[in-house]
Design a protein around this ligand. Sequence first.
Ligand SMILES: C[S@@+](CC[C@H](N)C(=O)[O-])C[C@H]1O[C@@H](n2cnc3c(N)ncnc32)[C@H](O)[C@@H]1O
Length: 310
Amino acid sequence: MSKKTAKAPAKKSPKQQPAKKQASAAAKKKSSKPPARKRGPTQAESADKFALYQRSVQSPGVDIEFFDAEFQKHRGRPPLSVREDFCGTALFSTEWCKSDPRRTALGVDLDGPTLEWGRTNTLAGAPPDAVERVTLAQADVRDTSLPAVDLIVAMNFSYCIFKTREELRGYFAAAHENLVADGAFALEVYGGTEAVVELSDERELRGGLTYVWEQEKFNPINHHTLCHITWKFRDGSQLYRAFTYDWRLWTLPELGELLREAGFSSVKFYFERVEADEDDDEYLTGTGEFVEHTEIENQEAWLGYVVALK
Ligand SMILES: C[S@@+](CC[C@H](N)C(=O)[O-])C[C@H]1O[C@@H](n2cnc3c(N)ncnc32)[C@H](O)[C@@H]1O
C-alpha cells in the first residue's frame, strides 16, 4: 500500500500525488461558479471535513508497519506504548491499538472539538478492547508531565507550526524527556524542488471527489509557507480551504541538528522507495516501503520519516 499524504513524492504515486499541477484558468473559473442547485444540500454542505481528511491524507497502516519494524531493528523489542502528537481525530492512535492487544496509545492535541470528533467517530467505530487502550489528552505536545512512552510520532508535518529553532528544539527536548530510556521519536517529513513553490495539486479520489493541495505562499527568506486543503465534489460544490497550514518548512539538516541538540543520540532519514509507474513512465509510484539513506538525489517531491533514537 502506498502512503497518502498532504504532499507527495517525486513525480507520482496515484495515491499521494495529484495528477494535475496548477489548475488551468478555465478550470479555476469553472470551479468558482458551481452549477445551479436543484434542491437539498450540496455534497460539500453534507460532507464532514474530518472524515475527508482521514480518507485523503492518512495511512496509519503504512506508518505502523514501518515504526514497528524499525523500532524492533534498533531496540530488539516491539514498541508497545505510543504517543501520537498533534493527534487530531486520533486515527493513528486507534489503529495502533487495534493492531496488537498489548499496545496502548496516548493522543495529544490542543483542540477540544477535534478530539471530541475523534471520540465520537474514530474511537466509536473501533472494538471496545482497543478503545480502552486509547487515551486522549487535550494538552500541548511540549507538556513534559505526560507519561513516558516507547515511541512518539508526529505525523503529517504538524511540528512545522513551530517556526523558530528555540520553539522546535523545545518541543524535541520535551519529547526526549517523555521517552523511556530506549525510546524513539519519529517525524514525517516532506520536501523537494516543488515544496518551495506556489502550486495547486489535484488528486482524484473515488466517488468523483477531488483532493486539492495548495501551496499559496512560500517565502525563501524564512521558509514560511501557507498551505490549504480543498475538496471538490461531483456536483460542483467544494469545501474551499477546509484546512489551512501556516508553517515553516524545515530542512532535513535543520531537523537533524535540532534533534541532536535536544539530546537524541542518533538521527536517521528514511525515504519511500519508488518505481516506474506501469501506465506512464514519466511518473514514479511510491511502493509504501521506506528505506534509510544518508544521501539521496533531490526530486520534485519526496516524503520520508526522520527517526531519532534516545
Ligand atoms: C494537521 S492536524 C493533525 C493531523 C494528524 N496528526 C495527521 O497525522 O494527519 C494538526 C493538529 O495539531 C494540533 N496542534 C497544534 N499545535 C499544537 C500543540 N502545541 N500541541 C498539541 N496539539 C497542537 C491542532 O489542534 C490540530 O488538530
